[in-house]
Design a protein around this ligand. Sequence first.
Ligand SMILES: NC(=O)c1ccc[n+]([C@@H]2O[C@H](COP(=O)([O-])OP(=O)(O)OC[C@H]3O[C@@H](n4cnc5c(N)ncnc54)[C@H](O)[C@@H]3O)[C@@H](O)[C@H]2O)c1
Length: 359
Amino acid sequence: MSTVNIGVIGCGYWGPNLIRNIAELPTGNLVAVADTRADRLKHIKTLYPFVQVTENYSDLFSMGIDAVIIATPPHTHFAIAQDCLNHGINVLVEKPLTLNSADGEALIKLAAEKNLVLMVGNTFEYNTAVEMLKQIVDSGELGEVFYVNAVRTNLGLFSTRHNVMWDLAPHDISIMLYLLGKEPTSVSAMGRSSIYKGVEDLVYMHMNFDNDIVGHVHVSWLDPQKVRRITVVGSKKMVVYDDIEPLEKIKIYDKGVDAPPYADTFAQFQFSYRYGNVVIPYIKFTEPLRVECQHFIDSITNKTRPRSDGVVGLRIVKVLEAGEWSLKNQSQLKNIEPTSVELAAPALSTVNGNGNGKH
Ligand SMILES: NC(=O)c1ccc[n+]([C@@H]2O[C@H](COP(=O)([O-])OP(=O)(O)OC[C@H]3O[C@@H](n4cnc5c(N)ncnc54)[C@H](O)[C@@H]3O)[C@@H](O)[C@H]2O)c1
């Protein structure tokens, strides 16, 4: 079995989860970990004595590495990813891909020129519950989809550099685009900086999609309750995905309301409510990060476009960028141009998996 030599850059809060998965996968060979903080490297060395550590990620370029996973703060993603691609190294970069669409496009073009894999860590797209949610939406069981509502709230972890939208909303936007198979045509956002001036800790995003579908994202670092919930409401049924639930993550509600086609009298003017069963499908859970890391390795080995490739990452950045503009411009609606799939690496064959990258 061929293995892919991998280095991880950034081992703060999230990086160790990626390091553990790469270390455990038989197809991945964890060669080195880089971080500017010596204390974090010391910690990693106690867990994985065999791994090389360095405070300068460019040392990885002379270690025979095929791929890197970048888990550094978002403002560093572009420069580090560009440097790694320029050194002929495949890249999995944590979300968000970049902090603006021009940088995102530049990375996609660079990866295409070099025939390298560029993947974004949209973890939820590798979550079996989200995959089931997509199957339910695609099957037509919900009828015509009216709207998707996402709530992601908790107390902290605060950042002073990026607002809560850039921190938490990439997850919900990625799930929404994945479920609906398309990007929004326009976005608006409103928010509030309650604790640290100029950095919103509460944001409500509104997205318009084709066919009158509406998406909402509510993210907050300042909420007493940890909520991770997506609701999809259709003309026939409604479904709720609650990521906090240990087992019963998805509930399909056979509920709906029909308005009368016409009403001549008040007596005839009755909405008809349907209250049916609630179905809780069984979901076989696999750690999403494990699936994501394996998919990155497979994409490199098979020279295929990952499901969450640079184009998928760019679409999310464009939504966030439009949201940021709206936040700074009295919540005005910002139109979004469709993203060209032609940007993607032509030399890599089409997406393996469920075809998400083709949207
Ligand atoms: N997919 C998910 O569910 C998920 C969850 C949490 C965080 N993230 C993402 O992971 C990334 C890291 O987030 P975090 O919460 O771990 O941040 P963090 O601040 O805890 O860790 C980042 C680490 O990167 C290091 N670093 C910074 N600049 C560096 C450089 N130039 N070279 C080497 N190391 C450098 C820092 O020293 C730090 O140890 C972010 O992009 C975040 O959005 C993803």
